[in-house]
Design a protein around this ligand. Sequence first.
Ligand SMILES: Nc1ncnc2c1ncn2[C@@H]1O[C@H](COP(=O)(O)OP(=O)(O)OP(=O)(O)O)[C@@H](O)[C@H]1O
Ligand SMILES: [Mg+2]
Length: 517
Amino acid sequence: MDASTADHPILHLQGIRKTFGSKVAIDSIDLAVAAGEVHAICGENGAGKSTLMNILAGIHQPDAGTISLRGRPVGIAGPAEAARLGIGMVHQHFTLVPSMSVAENIFLGRQPRRWGGLVVDRAAMRHAAADLISRYGFELRPDQRVRELTVGQRQRVEIIKALAFDAEILILDEPTAVLTPAEVDDLMKVIDVLRDRGRTVLFITHKLREVKAVADRVSVIRHGRSVGTRDNAGLSESEIADLMVGRAVFLAERKQVPPRTERGDDHLEVAGLTSVDATGRAVLEDVTFGIRPGEVLGIAGVEGNGQTELAEALTGLRPVISGRVTLDGTDITGWSAGRRRGAGVAFIPEDRLDRGLSPTMSVAENLAASNYGRAGLVRRRLISQAALRRFAAEQIRRYDIRGAAPETPVGTLSGGNMQKVVLARELAREPRVLVVSQPTRGVDIGASEFVHRQILAAAAQGCAVLLISSELSEVLALSDRIGVMLRGRIVDVLDAADATETRLGLLMSGGRAEVEA
Ligand SMILES: Nc1ncnc2c1ncn2[C@@H]1O[C@H](COP(=O)(O)OP(=O)(O)OP(=O)(O)O)[C@@H](O)[C@H]1O
Ligand SMILES: [Mg+2]
């Protein structure tokens, strides 16, 4: 990046401010983005990153400040206007229509038409979609219904949809949160290709190694204000973290909490669990394991190998065709999700908006949803509003849920802070079994540390934890044993002490652990 391009930015924001009612989401942001650069935007959960990007995508209007594009002041009245100005965005939460196909979603609202625009040219659309998919090396079929796709596949559709506009400026809001490590590498290559083609990319991520890998420059925002822009070259991960938090952060190698005492036999026993999808294909096959009180069983695997289905089967959200789930010796295989919850099975799902939360309800109501049994919340069958408020305020403080009061609608929180609400709610129940999927997805570095400590603390209290994560470092740091899932089966279970990233990676891809050992 030479100084002259940075002096004539393609995009220049000055004094941008955005409030929602009395809440200041963005206080004052200045940002200069040079043409053809990959510009990372970093900041803690709730710092204002998505809000700022939504302003550029025409979704929100700023209360103050100016936006200059190619040297001229512009107003971005709506998403269509943003597209006309050459700005495309991949959102942090999905915007796809589940009942439509991949191709239909990619071209939603701008399908190729025939007969003077009266008929959508489906063949042309499929063709164009297939072309884009192969150009970026994604594994997707244009005819697949989005509802049948995994979270990672949906993310890829979102990316292609944004790229299909041929946007000159592409905004990616945490695009890697739901991708597997291999897919992240692929996306990094796609970003490099875009840069080679002269595109400008604004890239949001909480993973500092991704910033280091792909960005030319890095801008940090903190509490809705710009902290500064630095060249990536020569900047260390811990320097970025310090800028984000505003003080020195210690990026510690994760250490186990004191050893847990394992009490008694398996809390949770799973034997021969088998489940099929709508087409009759096995998505879980003969899955067998046990988790003792106080133990963390990690599940490693490339996403889409049955992890989601396993979590659903254990929490009563998916029927099984054979096998058994026992909790402290009681067969709970036929129990509903509600009954399992009542018996102390907690669930932190990967898709927090779909399954985890009611966006229009308040933080307090969402936190209370699983905790009505809690002492003091219900009195003579009525919820004590004062007690609920106190309980919510306590969780907000403990989990550092930024920008939230007990009465704030959950849907207005930032992505990472919504995740903290789900964690707080499930862990407050002091569960006997915790099924947790991708716990730190979208959560900033500081909060990730905290989340890890909470999971280990639950185990220390005697909870049996099943931890599903596509982050091998996370699985390795927290688990006592690690099972590897491949095509619906658990292909091996290793003691954490014997597990390494290489060994797990090999098993995940169908190789045998002995090759390396
Ligand atoms: N529609 C809205 N109504 C009210 N407050 C909002 C709304 N959208 C965002 N906010 C608030 O603005 C602040 C910034 O949120 P934003 O989503 O921009 O954070 P972020 O930096 O993207 O965080 P994360 O890393 O968690 O995604 C938060 O306090 C959030 O609660
Ligand atoms: Mg965000």
